[in-house]
Design a protein around this ligand. Structure first.
Ligand SMILES: [Zn+2]
Ligand SMILES: [Zn+2]
Length: 147
């Protein structure tokens, strides 16, 4: 199995949806795939244009967790967080929803994700983090099993 294949992509709250009026086609490119005409940005997107990238993120988080023997929690370490450029740690449940929630907030942000299974690094850009805040996941090692 090639579990250490590296993936790299960006996830952003800004919409990439465009629309071709004559064809009635939705797209993410500047020109229509059908008529080659110019497309216009839509103003009615529900975020569906980046939903598939959330699936990639979900798969990568699962890949990372299974590579590390499925810990029950992970520590998210971060540096240069917010306008004060703070450093910090946060322990969350080891599932993609908790991890995604810990990395995002309501408002505009862009996440640059790098995962090779072994390592998981996220750089977040936002209004207060123009140069990017860096986060990485550390699997929590269980010291002793509770019986
Ligand atoms: Zn969209
Ligand atoms: Zn068209």
């Amino acid at each position: 199995m090639s579990t250490l294949e590296k993936s790299k992509y960006e996830l952003s709250t800004s919409c990439e949806c465009r629309y071709c009026d004559p064809c009635g086609m939705g797209t993410e490119s500047l020109t229509c795939d059908e008529c080659q005409g110019e497309t216009t940005p839509t103003d009615w997107c529900d975020g569906g244009c980046w939903e598939y990238k959330r699936d990639w993120l979900e798969e990568d988080i699962e890949r990372f967790l299974s590579h590390h023997n499925n810990p029950s929690s992970v520590t998210i370490a971060g540096k240069h967080i917010g306008w004060q450029r703070l450093h910090g740690f946060k322990e969350v449940n080891a599932d993609h929803k908790s991890i995604f929630a810990a990395l995002t907030f309501s408002g505009d942000w862009r996440l640059a994700i790098e995962c090779d299974g072994e390592n998981f690094i996220i750089t977040r850009y936002s209004h207060d983090e123009p140069t990017g805040a860096t986060f990485w996941l550390i699997p929590t090692t269980e010291e002793e099993e509770e019986d």
